[in-house]
Write a protein of this length. Structure first.
Length: 85
């Protein structure tokens, strides 16, 4: 698949999605920036093994649920909020 110049510009700006992959051969976990349409395609790991599969990345964002007020720290349910009391 040919990469467009618009995608190359986005990659240079850091606006291309970042995906996490794991190599089944050496178990290396690594990140790779690539277009969304290629996100599920197998990738080569940094060691050169083919067939690394995309992982489900887990992340959290600070915020609050309806009716909750932050109690310090980065959010009402956060461990650092409990430590602040």
């Amino acid at each position: 698949m040919e990469v467009s110049s618009a995608w190359q510009e986005k990659q240079e700006e850091g606006t291309v999605p970042l995906y996490e992959y794991r190599c089944p051969e050496c178990t290396t976990t690594f990140e790779l920036r690539r277009p969304a349409e290629l996100s599920s395609a197998p990738a080569a790991c940094p060691e050169g093994h083919e067939g690394a599969r995309r992982l489900l990345s887990v992340f959290a964002t600070p915020g609050r649920s309806a009716g909750q007020v932050p109690a310090g720290g980065c959010g009402a349910g956060c461990a650092c909020a409990a430590a602040a009391h």
